[in-house]
Design a protein around this ligand. Structure first.
Ligand code: TPP
Ligand code: MG
Length: 694
């Protein structure tokens, strides 16, 4: 048995111990019932969770979306039973998608009894959107801590913009609990490095230093000095040598609250499976139920009735009500009063906060968006995007973001007077500099979005791979994040195959709920932003060209607003009865328009479909989809500088695809276009083949 600051017996009067052991035994029983899950970490960390929640956190269980609540992130999401237990015991209320409290608990004992079962509000891992009180979805290790940096960054920005003397509208803190796994993941290192650089002092990570992961002791793989590492990042380090020592934990948390200019890492030494005679301090405590006999032994050790299941002793819920309930409720009430006065003194700022909380846009958000005149030389997608971004950021105060050290290349810098750079001494800046940290950039953008800031991140499309896990979580969480990926195909010519995305469109198109847009000219870029900005529950990826694309003559061709349908007939045969349909996205749109004109001149009736977004198109009514791609017109050709993967669904088995089958090559763009067949001549040839003319 490992060290313990307590005897192992519980007396009815020791309500604190009883509350902690309730978290432990609920976790044990739920895992046992589900025959799957992770009991050991909840057993070890129950005292920590108890202390953070019941003694420290500013959180009102009546209203889990109070804007100034402290955020709690369980980055070691496999220990989800900690969260389900505490949400249940604090009677945290459920909130619906319209931000209304529903008058019922977010997690009930019945949900816990059905841990990990369909429809239960106690799923395997914490899921934002599914369970009120979950601040971010976790499970892929490292994501939670990285996302927490976005939340802490948001706090600084929000405080700078909205706090006024005597009005501390945003002073919340962010707690993230993590294990060895989170700290081994690269994304956590990226995020910690940036958090240290930015001096995010409202951020506290608690590291569960239990020396155990799935394969065994961390001696196998993880022997670095974590404290020294975080010290080097510029963090404040606090050690707690016994996870059962509540006073020590409380002291550490109060050190965090007092620390200025640096984030805090609390290194907490714990014993996984605490109290289990045969499994404590072993990997076996991590990922499998204890087993009926061991459960009895553990309960005996805790002084718990051995046969009781899902027992919540009298007084435990009342104890949480008197702790976090009373404290959080009073703080929230105080804030509400303060905000009412603030509303009279700063009505415009208060209105912004209201809109932001509901993910709405301010009036005039789309004023001064550029309109691009016809121009055969045209403008690069990234340049058009840069203009739009600057207009939007001026119109929408809480729209901000940045790139992973590629601002000048992705054209995502906000350059207007007063836009500013976000740094520790200039927390009002709207240009975020993520450094060369794509993965944490996407996770931080998630954190910003969870804090209701409208945020974007940017890099080259090829490096979207480095951000993909966090983008996937944006979609899973239904967050309206924006990722701007430029250098979308072979436009990067001489940089060669390491910089030429091929499978990336297919890969991101496969993420459910993610809106992918690859606009074909500057006016489609503007329309893409119009579409994206009105999204409230979907992330968007904007894929833009590095090289200039001709700005199409919209008096001759269809309006760019057709983009909002995902695909539209851009150019058609004069009588609208095409023999062949040419489908393209992005830089290939003007290419197929050229081919189309040549085909028309030869008397071949072709139609051009600009298809910037599969996903949006797929969501249109059948009638519309069939008006664009009539089912009986089978001569279809898709042209895209990317993997052909998936285009069959639009061209059918009798159609053709001009796409990429290799990784590209290093050469000037023109030569690459010739080599890989992205020239009008090739499009014309294949179109004729389709019509059996060759
Ligand atoms: C990115 C990622 N890789 C792998 C896993 C699978 N996994 C879940 S928990 C775990 C071990 C985590 O060890 P630690 O963080 O120390 O947690 P403890 O067992 O101590 O609670 C692993 C490898 C995961 N969830 N996420
Ligand atoms: Mg561990």
């Amino acid at each position: 048995m490992g060290s313990s600051s307590r005897s192992g017996t519980v007396t009815g009067s020791d309500i604190v111990q009883l509350s902690i052991d309730t978290i432990r035994t609920l976790s044990i029983d739920a895992v046992q019932q589900a025959k799957s899950g992770h009991p050991g970490t909840p057993m070890a960390l129950a005292p920590l969770i108890y202390t953070i929640w019941n003694r420290d956190m500013h959180f009102d269980p009546r209203d889990p979306i109070w804007p100034n609540r402290d955020r709690f992130v369980l980055s070691n999401g496999h220990a989800s039973m900690l969260l389900w237990s505490v949400l249940f015991l604090t009677e945290t209320q459920a909130v619906n998608a319209n931000y209304e409290t529903l008058g019922k608990p977010s997690v009930s004992v019945n949900d816990i009894r059905h841990f990990r079962q369909l429809e239960s509000k106690a799923p395997g891992h914490p899921e934002y959107h599914w369970v009120s009180g979950v601040e971010t979805t976790t499970g892929p290790l490292g994501q939670g801590v990285a996302t927490s940096v976005g939340m802490a960054l948001a706090q600084k920005w929000l405080a700078h913009r909205y706090n006024r003397p005597d009005f501390e509208i945003f002073n919340y803190r962010v707690y993230a609990v993590c294990g060895d796994g989170c700290l081994m993941e690269g994304v956590a290192s990226e995020a910690a490095s940036l958090a240290g650089h930015l001096g995010l002092d409202h951020l506290c990570w608690v590291y569960d230093n239990n020396h155990i992961t799935i394969e065994g002791r961390t001696e196998l793989t993880f022997t670095e000095d974590v404290a020294t590492r975080f010290l080097a990042y510029g963090w404040n380090i606090v050690r707690v040598s016994d996870a059962n020592d509540l006073e020590h934990i409380e002291d550490a948390l109060s050190t965090f609250r007092k620390t200025e200019g640096r984030p805090t890492l609390i290194i907490l030494d714990s014993h996984i499976g605490y109290g289990s005679a045969h499994k404590q301090d072993t990997a076996a405590a991590h990922g499998e139920p204890l087993g009926d006999d061991e459960v009895k032994l553990v309960k005996r050790f805790y002084g718990w009735p051995e046969d009781a299941k899902f027992l919540v002793p009298d007084g435990v819920r009342e104890h949480f009500a008197a702790g976090i309930g009373a404290r959080g409720g009073a703080l929230h009430d105080e804030w509400t009063k303060c905000f009412a006065t603030y509303r009279t003194e700063y009505p415009d700022l208060a209105k912004e906060i209201d809109l932001m909380q509901r993910r709405e846009l301010p009036a005039g958000w789309d004023q001064n968006l550029p309109v691009y005149p016809t121009d055969p030389k045209g403008i690069a997608g990234r340049d058009a995007s840069g203009k739009v971004l600057n207009a939007l950021a001026r119109n929408i105060p809480w729209f901000l973001g940045g790139a992973a050290d590629l601002g000048p290349s992705t054209k995502t810098l906000l350059t207007y007077e007063g836009s500013g750079d976000f740094q520790s001494d200039s927390p009002g800046g709207k240009n975020l500099h993520f450094g060369i940290r794509e993965h944490s950039m996407a996770a931080i953008v998630n954190g910003l979005s969870l804090s209701k800031i409208r945020a974007f991140g940017a890099t080259f499309f090829i490096f979207s791979d480095y951000a993909r896990p966090a983008i996937r979580l944006s979609a899973l969480m239904e967050l309206p994040t924006i990722l701007i990926f430029t250098h979308d195909a072979m436009g990067d010519g001489e940089d060669g195959p390491t910089h030429q995305p091929v499978e990336h469109l297919a890969s991101l198109r496969a993420i459910p709920g993610l809106v992918m847009l690859r606009p074909g000219d500057a006016n489609e870029v503007v329309e893409a932003y119009r579409y994206i900005m009105e999204l409230r529950h979907q992330p968007a990826v904007l894929v833009l060209s590095r090289q200039p694309l001709p700005t199409l003559d919209r008096t001759k061709y269809a309006a760019a607003s057709g983009l909002s349908k995902g695909a539209y007939v851009l150019a058609d045969s004069p009588r609208g009865d095409p023999q062949v349909i040419l489908i393209a996205s992005g830089s290939e749109v003007s290419l197929v328009v050229q081919a189309h004109e040549a085909l028309l001149a030869e008397g071949i009736r072709s139609r051009v479909v600009s298809m910037p977004s599969w996903d949006i198109f797929d969501h249109q009514p059948q009638q519309y989809r069939e008006s664009v791609l009539p089912p009986d017109m089978l001569a279809r050709l898709a042209v895209e500088q990317a993997s052909t993967f998936g285009w069959e669904r639009y061209v059918g088995s009798s159609g053709r695809i001009i796409g990429m089958h290799t990784f590209g090559a290093s050469a000037p763009l023109k030569e690459l276009q010739r080599k890989f067949g992205f020239e009008p001549e090739q499009v014309i040839t294949v179109a004729k083949e389709l019509l059996g003319r060759c």
